[in-house]
Design a protein around this ligand. Structure first.
Ligand code: KIV
Ligand code: ZN
Length: 523
């Protein structure tokens, strides 16, 4: 590979999915993985297969169905984890096992309650075990930036001797600073003779807002793989944002010379898809993908941009695909064929029953809205994906709202067992009434944690996209719904969040039955 080629390792589906409230099902993970392949990422870290049967199934499905990128499964430095990861990625054209163990004394003492000697032995054994299944093995010394460089180097030397092909240096707690991180990597190059013969990778968290800066410092220090996530999602403050890092390398290519395989025009669409399916909004002023990233508010700026865009724009909005969404416009007279070609233009292939369902939803919306845009179609298609999930479904609802009486809602919900149940409630507002009526119908004591409604596009007839995070028995989960009626969107979002939370409660109950040594905390 070219010396300046930077491998983009996407961990949206693993570290990103560890963000609180995110619970993607296999179909949603597959949809994201297909889009990541279209985006041109080199590696998809598809999940942590031992963590749950659902994670295993999703990693396996991605390994089987998503072509192009390497598909990686995460594993602690335990034989059982590695075997499960190997099993999950086995059918990928290019499978990878990513195994890790902490090298910082803080983690070794307090979390692992172990010794450096043991950690060294476990790291060596883990890489050797992973190598017995496949060739492409990545090793990470977790919390490396707070660890002793000499000890970390000893562990890395062992991992390379056993055949690790990528060495990743995580800033697990987002503590390091760019110069310090670059110096740490330089020190490891000095101490680990084999490090120049493998791919050096960086994995930075954003606790101090330095994830992209640290990753970039890592690249300048010699790293040729960057681990990052769409919209920067991930544990706590998140991971380095893929779109920011990639657009930095792309925009300053003349000065830096680094290359990636990313199709930058797919960035905006990927960001929207991830935001929609995870329920994590993108802040308006977020670099590259925020809705204001290419908006000019001040008169002086607007004047400059009208005269010449280069006055206040360092990147072309079209280069990240922001304009692509405006090229498709359908109306109520558009037929099935037009819908199918518009979806294909968006990279979404539908046929048979899926096309019939998409067409029915499209007609419903087109009757209420003058123009159906690419953004609406994306929202509808992802909404259909959610509707396919097993769980509760909203059959119908009535809400009476008035400024003179408290609002009252009645709902009918189909349970996962197929039973139709009804409930009603008089609440503080129409949305409160419908959420509590759903609780009454399903006999669940779910507590609402967050509720948001966004307009998918501008205009009075815009589709509303509701997002709910709720909690049952200590498990929180998100759900989303799309409709021209925001109460309906909210109700769909609530029943989906309820279904996701129940699934998590069931998994937690199963985990509680397992012996303690088998429990799998996320890294
Ligand atoms: O942040 C971290 O250390 C990780 C490792 C598993 C690579 O996510
Ligand atoms: Zn991480």
């Amino acid at each position: 590979m070219d010396d300046n080629r930077v491998i983009i390792f996407d961990t949206t589906l693993r570290d990103g999915e560890q963000s609180p409230g995110i619970s993607l099902n296999t179909a949603e993970k597959l949809e994201i993985a297909h889009q990541l392949a279209r985006l041109g990422v080199d590696v998809i870290e598809a999940g942590f297969p031992i963590s749950s049967p659902g994670d295993f199934e999703a990693v396996q499905a991605i390994a089987r169905e998503v072509h192009g990128p390497v598909v990686a499964g995460l594993a602690r430095a335990h034989a059982a984890d590695i075997e499960r990861a190997a099993d999950a990625v086995r059918d990928a054209a290019r499978p990878r096992i990513h195994t890790f163990i902490s090298t910082s004394d803080i983690h070794i003492r307090h979390q692992l309650q172990s010794t450096r000697e043991d950690v060294l032995g476990q790291a060596r054994a883990a890489v050797a075990h992973a190598k017995s299944f496949l060739d492409d093995v990545e090793f990470s010394p977790m919390d490396a930036t707070r660890a002793d460089a000499e000890f970390t180097a000893e562990v890395l030397t062992a991992a390379i001797e056993e055949g690790a092909t990528t060495i990743n240096i995580p800033d697990t707690v987002g503590y390091t600073m760019p110069d310090e991180y670059a110096a740490f990597l330089g020190r490891l190059y000095d101490l680990v003779p084999g490090l120049r013969k493998v791919v050096l990778s960086v994995h930075c968290h954003d606790d101090l807002g330095l994830a992209v800066a640290n990753s970039f410092a890592g690249v300048k220090a010699g790293a040729r793989q960057v681990e990052c996530a769409i919209n920067g999602i991930g544990e706590r403050a998140g991971n380095a944002s893929l779109e920011e890092l990639v657009m930095l390398l792309h925009t300053r290519h003349a000065d830096l010379g680094y290359e990636t395989g990313i199709q930058t025009r797919e960035i905006a669409r990927t960001s929207r898809l991830v935001s929609r399916l995870t329920g994590y909004p993108v802040q308006p002023n977020k670099a590259v993908v925020g809705r204001n990233a290419f908006a000019h508010e001040s008169g002086i700026h607007q004047d400059g941009v009208l005269k010449d865009r280069s006055t206040y724009e360092i990147m072309d909005a079209a280069s990240v695909g922001v304009d692509d969404a405006s090229s498709i416009v359908l109306g109520k007279h558009s037929g099935r064929h037009a819908l199918r070609s518009a979806l294909e233009e968006l990279g979404i292939t539908v046929s048979g029953q899926a096309l019939n369902t998409a067409f029915r939803r499209f007609k419903e919306i087109a009757d209420k809205k003058k123009q159906v845009t690419a953004m609406d179609l994306e929202a509808l298609v992802t909404d259909e994906l959610r509707a396919e999930m097993a769980g509760y479904t909203l059959e119908w609802f009535d809400v009476e709202a008035s400024s003179r009486r408290p609002p009252h809602a009645t709902v009918a919900v189909r349970t996962p067992a197929g039973e139709l149940v009804q409930g009603n409630f008089t609440g503080d507002g129409p949305v409160d009434a419908i959420f509590r009526a759903i609780n009454a119908a399903t006999r669940r004591e779910a507590r609402l944690r967050e509720f948001r409604v966004d307009a998918v596009t501008g205009g009075q007839d815009a589709l509303g996209e509701a997002s709910v995070i709720l909690e049952i028995a200590g498990q929180s989960a998100a759900g989303q719904g799309v409709s021209t009626d925001i109460i309906e969107a909210a109700a769909h979002a609530y029943v989906r969040a309820l279904s996701n939370a129940e699934r998590k409660v069931a998994v937690a109950a199963e985990e509680a039955e397992r012996p303690e040594r088998e429990l799998t905390p996320t890294p």
